[in-house]
Design a protein around this ligand. Sequence first.
Ligand code: UD1
Ligand code: CA
Length: 473
Amino acid sequence: MSIKTIILAAGQGTRMRSSRPKVLHEIANKALLQHVYETSLSLENNQIFVIYGHGGETVKQTLSSLDATWIEQKQQLGTGHAVQQAIHHVADPDTVLILYGDVPLLKEKTIQTLLHKVSLTSLALLTVNLDDPTGYGRIVRDKDHAVVKIVEQKDANEVELQISEGNTGILACKGSQLKQWLSRLSNNNAQNEYYLTDIIEMAVEDGLSVETTQAGSQDEVLGVNNRNQLAHLERVYQSEQAQALMEKGVTLRDPARVDVRGSFAELGQDIDVDVNVIFEGINRIGSNVKIGPNCLIKNASIGNDVEIFANSVIEDASVGTGSRIGPFARLRPQTELADHVHIGNFVEIKKSTVAAGSKINHLSYIGDSEVGSKVNIGAGTITCNYDGVNKFKTVIGDGAFIGSDTQLVAPVTVGKNATIGAGSTITRDTPENQLTLSRTKQLSVPTWQRPVKQAEIVPDNSPQSLAPCQSEK
Ligand code: UD1
Ligand code: CA
């Protein structure tokens, strides 16, 4: 069976009150339209068409990497008209699946169920029972419960408005029949639109049965029309991500306070995630990893037995087995930490490698550096890697000890097992095994006296002298 999926995405989305086309608004950092696209990608033997319109060029450009055929609907004359734009790509034996670009959480399973109900004698329709069906097309059934037609809200009579079964808009049918039905559509209705929903009545007239199915949840078929619905579906999506993580054996201290905006290429055993942790992009996380509260982990590779303490940010970086990061650490892109590295509070590392067993525990900036193994970098050490124009490299040999408050002015190399005295500004390479320091000599002045405050030597009759003394005893 060959499938042609037509994703309708030409609507304006005025209620978003945004300059951005609606389908480019995001759930978990991914455009609504891309969610729909990715779900339909999982179908075999499927070709995807996107009908775009309002602000469409932006949509097309932003999502140009999608393996889909983009078709412009120059005027939005209705859902039926939208499908007509793609119909010449459909062959008679194809099964056509209609999806909406603003209904992002539809599940593959639901689509499969729908597709299984399609044949030359049946059209498949996804419906939803709603407490408040306002705005939805209503599914009209006869006394044998068979679907006879869909009537739009604006065209419905009093009795029809009472129907709580709504049309999701998602349906599937055979190509040959769809072509026939579309050619017969008219816009003779309350909105002067070509309604796709009119094909239901035509199918019934042609002797087909309309097979309905419902999704696993209402949220699955919910469309995004405003920011409120966008936020709601973000929470629904995040709750699904949290469930999935827990099913894979991850401990979440609070499943309502973790956000996954991406995926996991690897997920070890016994990962413990505290509250307000955000995972972005593609992460790999080993076993026995503890992640403290308020951490952002993005495109990271975290080895086994790692502990990441509160408020740390790790982005495009890798952390070796047994390492400890934070609290308040920031690992920026191209940071590679080997095993058993300790990175402490207010330490920023960028584009640097740190070999096994090294420690950078307090208030440091290490950029464009190659740090050897078992190096100890004291508090407040800074690699001065930038002269305002170019970046230069700092190399620190194995076993080196960098005293606190040292500036390493790159390009510079600190030899193996070298010690740098605290407070040094190192501008030239330092030899192995030796102490190097640059420091002005300490000086004490025995005759020096503190200056006295002017106010304390005013005449006796001044108002200040009447003020109570600090101590008169
Ligand atoms: C449509 C259905 C209605 C259903 C509801 C579910 C029709 C006539 N009505 O109504 O039965 O209950 O969806 O949300 O189909 N679009 C285009 N081009 C157009 C018009 C729409 O691409 O010319 C796209 C929109 O971007 C949107 C989808 O089609 O993704 C639905 O359009 P919308 O205007 O929201 O349809 P409704 O009037 O809500
Ligand atoms: Ca709608």
